[in-house]
Design a protein around this ligand. Structure first.
Ligand SMILES: *[C@@H]1O[C@H](CO)[C@@H](O)[C@H](O)[C@H]1NC(C)=O
Ligand SMILES: *[C@@H]1O[C@H](CO)[C@@H](O)[C@H](O)[C@H]1NC(C)=O
Length: 112
């Protein structure tokens, strides 16, 4: 009985950690690259609604994307790569808030 309770608590704890960790994204290595995009994206919360946004970053000339870092400054959002990405000339990043909440993300993209 007690072990079931402990197991349940462990599962609940892990899912909280997983949910909180969905907003941060770090892909690739920015060594020797330069910053091609650096911006804060912020939206206010609307009751019952999930706010979201897609950001498209394009490189210039023959540059390719080498690293993508998204920081969830508010802590309860979600971010993922929708199209493009490392080794390509563009990337589409999806940013999402929790339901009823706003978001604040810092997005950095590095190219070479
Ligand atoms: C996500 O990144 C932010 C900003 O760097 C940091 O404060 C926060 O602890 C990170 N969250 C997780 C779950 O790693
Ligand atoms: C992204 O790059 C691919 C080729 O690498 C191109 O086909 C596509 O149209 C580009 N998308 C955007 C949104 O610029």
């Amino acid at each position: 009985m007690a072990s079931k309770v402990i197991l349940f608590l462990l599962l609940a704890l892990t899912s909280v950690i997983l949910v909180q960790g969905r907003g941060n994204l770090s892909l690739g290595n920015n060594y020797g690259t330069h910053l091609i995009y650096h911006d804060i994206h912020e939206k206010a919360g609307i009751p019952l609604i999930k706010r979201d946004e897609e950001i498209v970053v394009n490189t210039v000339g023959n540059e390719l994307i080498r690293a993508i870092v998204v920081q969830d400054l508010k802590g309860d959002g979600e971010s993922y790569i929708k199209r493009g990405g490392l080794g390509q000339k563009n990337v589409t990043i999806k940013l999402k808030s929790a339901r009823g909440s706003g978001y604040k993300f810092l997005v950095d993209v590095y190219g070479i």
